[in-house]
Structures are given as C-alpha cells and as structure tokens.
Design a protein around this ligand. Sequence first.
Ligand code: SF4
Ligand code: SF4
Length: 442
Amino acid sequence: MGELLGKYRSLKVFLDICVKCGACADKCHYYLGTGDPNNMPVARQELMRKVYRKHFTPAGKLFPGLSRAEDLTEDVMEQWYRYYHQCSQCRRCSVFCPYGIDTAEISMAAREIMDSVGIGQKYCNEILGKVNSIGNNLGINKAALGNTLEFVEEDVKETTGVDVRYPLDEKGAEVLLIAPSADFFSEPHIQGFTGYGKVFHEAGVSWTVSSYASEFANFGMFIGNYGVMQKVARRIKDAALDLGVKRIVVGECGHAWRVAYSFWNTLIGPFDFLDPKHRNPTHICEYSLDLIKRGGLKLDKSANDSLTVTFHDSCNVARGSRMGDMPGGQFEVPRDLIKAMCNNYVEMNEDTIKEVTYCCGGGGGLLTDELMDLRVKGVLPRANALHDVMQNKGVNTMATICAICKAQFTKVLPYYGIPMETVASVHQLVSNAIVLGGKKGV
Ligand code: SF4
Ligand code: SF4
C-alpha cells in the first residue's frame, strides 16, 4: 500500500478527505440492487481506509481502537476480495461526492494490492492469459477469425446483394479496426461489426482487422495494473506498425474506449507514425457521424421504423472519456448518430443517463457466471428505467456502445421480463439504415 500511496497521489488524498457526509451512500447500483450496506461506496472505501489509518496515520498507529484502524489480516483480506469485486469501477458515486472522491480508484488500488500477493480474480486473469497467448479475450485463433469474417461477408452479400469486404491482416490498409472480440461472435455485437464494414465500404476506405491484435478490451484496467494494461495495449501499436496503417479506428467497447482515450498515449504513444490529419484513435461513432456530416453516407431511416430506440450511456464512456471536439461529446456523438439512423428516439429518466448513468452491472471484470446473482441485482436501476420507457413510451430497443453492456443486458434483463432482443448495437442501427452503393467516399 505504501508503494501505491507514493505512486498515486490521488489515492492518499481520497483516503484522507472523506467527511462521511453520506452523499454517495445510495448512488451505487450494487447497493441499490443488493441492499448490502457494505456496498455503499463510503463503506467500500472504509475497508481500505481502516488499514491505511493503522499504518499511515499517527492516530491509527497510536490508538487503533479509537480511530477504527485495523491490520490487513486474512479476514480483512476476504472482505476486500468480496467487496472490491462488487465494484464495477463505474465512478457514478464520484459524481455525487462533494470532494470528488473516486471509489473506482480505491477499488483498483485494492485489486492491485491483492494481485501483488497472489489473490487475483480467476475470470480476469484467465481472460488476460488468452489475450497474451492468442490475441483476444475469447481465444479465437486466426483460422476461426478468418472464417467469421468470411461468414459476415457472405451474410451481407446474401441480404443486400453487395460485395462488402471484411479483410484480415491486410498490409497497407488505410485503417486498422480494433474491435472487442465479442463483436466477432456474440449477438447483438456482430450486427454492429457488420455495420462497421458497411461504413468503411461506403467511405471507400481500405481497412483491416488484425489477427495479432484482435481485441480492443483491456482487462489490465480491471485488475488495476498499469503494466498489464500497457502490455495488452502494446499489441495494438505493434499490429498498426506491422500492417503499415495510417489510422486506428476502434469499435464499440466502453472500458476499452476509456483505456484508449485516457491511457493509450501514455502507455503506448506517441502515434506519430500514423496520419496526423486524424485523431488517433478514432471511435467508430465519431468516424460514422463525421462521414454523415460530410455527406458520405446515404441513409434510409425508415429501415428502423419498427424500432423505438433509447440509449444506454456506458459508464466508462460517460465518466472516463470523451468523443468529438466538444465537452459532453461522449453523450452527443452516439445520440446524434442514432437519431440520424431512426425516426423514433426516446430518452430514459434523466437521473439515469449521461454523467449519472448507471453501470450495466457487469463491468469492471464482473461479467462472470460466478457473480450472476450480483449481476442480476446490479442491473436493477437500469432495468427499472428501461421498463418505464417500454411501458410508457413504446420503447422496444435499447442501443449501447459497449461489448460488456451488451453481454450483460442480453443475459440478465430477461430476469426482469425484458427480452434479450431489446438490446442493440448502435452500428446495428447504422447497418440497417445504410443504403449500400448510395454514395462512395468523400
Ligand atoms: S464506482 Fe460504481 S460500482 Fe464502485 S462503488 Fe462507486 S457506484 Fe458503486
Ligand atoms: S460523498 Fe464523498 S465525502 Fe461524502 S461519504 Fe461519500 S466519499 Fe465521503
């Protein structure tokens, strides 16, 4: 802990300044879903604060009983493991804290400390093993990836009659597309991936997927280890250099966008080998919206007329990154894109969107069946807000731009009577509305 306190100044400040005002207490979806008082953000922080007091404050050293200080015993460590893995690092609580205390940072530090003594989380570490050995979280090898891309090509040909390419490892392509690997297999992710290819086709831009860096997700963030985060991200830079691309465009994944937007430059920058005309990386939503604004896409919004759409802001995009050139672009870019694709759009309750959006309940490395009970409870605030617009405003589709949100929602919303088909990729709507061959390049 001493090492981390020296490394992350914010951690020490957060541990020192809480006044126990309680403003954060009822802001965590896991507290709202489970009713467990230890899931109040202030209580979650307190688990680490007690150990901090014992070893790093004079009062805690001299009067541990009076200052509620304790050692990091095995029992305490068990509590840490339990409750720091019931925090999806979504940062919602920090928005309501008058001092801006970020429980997510405390959770990340706790996980880093636990990892350093060999108490890692099996799910995250297995995923990281696969990304390091095979190149993606799902363990999809190059042959299987090639087959998937061929399947998508055939599907698009069959449904539209147009030859749209989904290339793999093509040297000299202009764009390297880095997608979360769920985009290659899962639903509704793959419908979004299909949309990415249609956008590039219409833009008249050559692009490629890399079999070496076939993963945008970066679970290094979830285990709180910047070294691991750097190692995972490094594969992407190496692939971009090897393929000789001019630009990196990334797909729909929330925490991965946070890593790319907020950390890539420090971890794997500079990107001076890429074309300086473009923002690198570019989010696929920025890319598609920009193309629309420049008149590069012909769209038929009526293709989505059977849908009344709402949008779930993913927590890492909302509170850990930005899009476009304006403050709040991370809220407006996806909304503008959706509104360009469909005629029927509805917002959920304002207490549940944009900067105060709720996590889907499966973020932060918690998307494992072992935590299914927690995941079902953690989705409660979002399920309630969605249910409200489904009942009162006819919403039948909730679009989102995060692979984890899509996987979590399709699995747990049915527990609340909401069909899995309600969940959509934003680029699925794009895919539906694009008129192929309508315009070529700009
Ligand atoms: S960061 Fe999110 S999951 Fe963690 S305590 Fe705060 S609200 Fe809960
Ligand atoms: S809102 Fe901030 S200061 Fe108040 S209890 Fe929560 S963490 Fe502490």
